[in-house]
Design a protein around this ligand. Structure first.
Ligand SMILES: Cc1cc2nc3c(=O)[nH]c(=O)nc-3n(C[C@H](O)[C@H](O)[C@H](O)COP(=O)(O)OP(=O)(O)OC[C@H]3O[C@@H](n4cnc5c(N)ncnc54)[C@H](O)[C@@H]3O)c2cc1C
Length: 499
């Protein structure tokens, strides 16, 4: 058996638009390898949701690769050990892979692999999958590269004609899970189906319906896990948007207008994807530390475990917060505004450090993407110094985003008989109304764990006092130069927006 090339699959689990696979197959007999890493299995971010999504993706990928003549080896262990053993057995010469911008341990693992390759005469060639730039010195022209990288032509399909004499071997037992059926199914065909259904039946009102959890599950694109696990490339999505722009020209004026707005919003959100990942690429420490170090000490000494547990379980006594957390626990997804509200409530009203909430959410987000996740956590908890402070009111959000209580009643069935006008503040409902709806506060539904108005004011005063410190202002300038979106012309902002 002769294998010249290994394609090391990471979070790029697709056969289409895959540069390393195409390049490898054109350059000699190729074996694809995915290592279910023990370090990942043990990590605080890994959950059954991720294992299930990964397993779905690998099962489908093995079939797609087989059709293209490429065997797939899936094995659990340490990447370097696997490569060492494979080298002894099949004496491969090259490893081709996509660059990954992940957590600190994946970065260190990449360094180890790179060192081993150079010491063992193995060529390691990495390709870009996103417009995230290694060693970026200047943020000013980042957007120009972004367009060049994403708006390229699709990589053509491939077929390996040499018989490698190897069969695929999928050892998936480390990916066994408990019941996780209500999350999105992983794999390339589901990714394409999801994108397709967004254009054919779900996305026309996207820009108007993305904020409310009542409509967002259907109207948002729902492509995030497919991007995070690499079942879809950003180039495929970019091209699909162009095709849809062409198709909508034949629609009525009204529908074309709706679609025009939706595609514009969709495209602008996709733009943020790489913008955020670039931050952790340029500064991996943001996984652990405040982006603006002058905020160190803001929340470190204030942890309240009882609040934290109530927030994690969806038992805070604020119906929209609880419904969002319970939806996330069941489905592994919630829309942007509700994610921001969950983090804001934990960070401000409950004054919990973003480091504490990060693992819980990372496990629940099927689409967990470190670069977006840590940047958003820091932004929503107010420790970047370059973003507006957004303190969400769960009361106002209920009135704005779920006025009829449809979402709340789905996930908090104990409130299902309560008149929707009391769902924003059930504790203010007349006792008779509560009794008729069988809502027993403090018994079958919690009393609010904090008093919103008081907690909100205290948090607001504290964060704005900190924002005025000269050390924070000074450090914010450095944060902006390193990470700031050049779309934000009013830096550094002291503005306050109440949501
Ligand atoms: C605290 C917090 C944590 C988050 N963690 C993650 C995460 O781990 N992984 C993740 O993919 N998204 C994360 N997001 C961003 C956003 O909420 C999700 O991308 C979005 O809800 C996914 O649903 P969708 O695919 O239907 O998105 P759509 O609204 O249809 O957007 C399309 C795509 O654009 C990208 N995108 C959308 N919003 C953002 C954003 N604000 N920043 C960067 N990219 C964006 C995503 O790739 C998304 O799939 C987080 C947001 C917050 C507030």
């Amino acid at each position: 058996m002769f294998i010249k090339n290994i394609v090391w699959l990471k979070k790029d689990l697709r056969a289409l638009d895959h540069q390393p696979l195409k390049f490898a197959v054109e350059n000699g007999p190729t074996l694809a390898v995915y290592v279910v890493e023990e370090q990942w299995l043990k990590s605080k971010e890994c959950s059954d949701f991720h294992k299930k999504f990964l397993k779905d993706s690998l099962l489908e990928l093995s079939g797609s690769l087989k059709k293209r003549g490429v065997p797939l080896l899936v094995i659990t262990g340490d990447v370097l050990d696997v490569f060492k053993k494979l080298k002894d057995k099949i004496a491969f010469q090259n490893i081709f892979a996509h660059e990954e911008t992940g957590l600190l341990w994946t970065y260190k693992r990449d360094l180890k692999v790179s060192k081993w390759c150079s010491e063992n005469a193995v060529v390691l060639k990495e390709f870009k999958q996103f417009s995230v730039l290694r060693g970026l010195k200047d943020r000013n022209r980042w957007h120009v590269n972004r367009s060049k990288i994403i708006e390229r032509d699709l990589i053509k399909d491939f077929k390996q004609n040499t018989d490698t004499d190897l069969d695929s071997l999928l050892n998936l037992h480390s990916l066994e899970t408990q019941k996780t059926t209500s999350i999105q199914k992983g794999g390339e065909s589901e990714a394409l189906n999801t994108l397709n259904s967004f254009y054919t039946s779900r996305g026309e009102r996207y820009s108007k319906e993305l904020s409310s959890p009542v409509t967002a599950f259907n109207s948002c694109s729902r492509v995030s896990p497919y991007i995070s696990w690499g079942n879809l490339s950003l180039t495929q999505i970019h091209q699909s948007i162009e095709e849809q722009r062409y198709k909508i020209k034949s629609l009525s004026f009204e529908r074309e207008k709706n679609w025009y707005g939706s595609l514009k919003s969709f495209e602008s959100r996709l733009w943020w994807h790489c913008h955020f990942i670039q931050k952790i690429e340029s500064e991996p420490e943001i996984e652990f530390r405040n982006m603006n170090r002058a905020f160190d000490g803001l929340r470190e000494d204030h942890h309240n475990e009882m609040y934290f547990e109530a927030w994690k379980k969806g038992e805070t006594g604020y119906p929209l917060i609880d419904a969002c957390m319970r939806a996330l626990i069941q489905k592994g997804w919630i829309n942007f505004r509700m994610r921001a509200m969950l983090v804001s409530f934990a960070s401000y009203q409950l004054w919990i450090h973003w480091r504490m909430i990060s693992h819980h959410l990372a496990k629940l987000f099927v689409d967990f993407e470190p670069g977006i996740h840590f940047s958003q956590l820091q932004m929503q908890s107010g420790v970047t110094g370059i973003n507006s402070i957004r303190i969400y009111s769960p009361i106002k959000q209920t009135i704005d985003q779920d006025p009829n209580g449809l979402f709340i009643k789905e996930y908090c069935p104990e409130l299902s008989e309560l008149d929707p006008k009391f769902l924003s503040e059930p504790w203010n409902a007349p006792p008779m109304i509560l009794q008729m709806a069988d809502v027993r506060l403090g018994d079958n539904y919690p009393m609010p764990i904090v008093e919103h108005k008081k907690a909100y004011k205290k948090a607001k005063d504290t964060i704005f006092d900190w924002r005025k410190k000269s050390s924070v202002i000074q450090e914010s300038k450095a944060v902006y130069l390193k990470h700031g979106s050049r779309k934000n012309k009013n830096f550094p902002t002291q503005s306050r927006r109440i949501f």
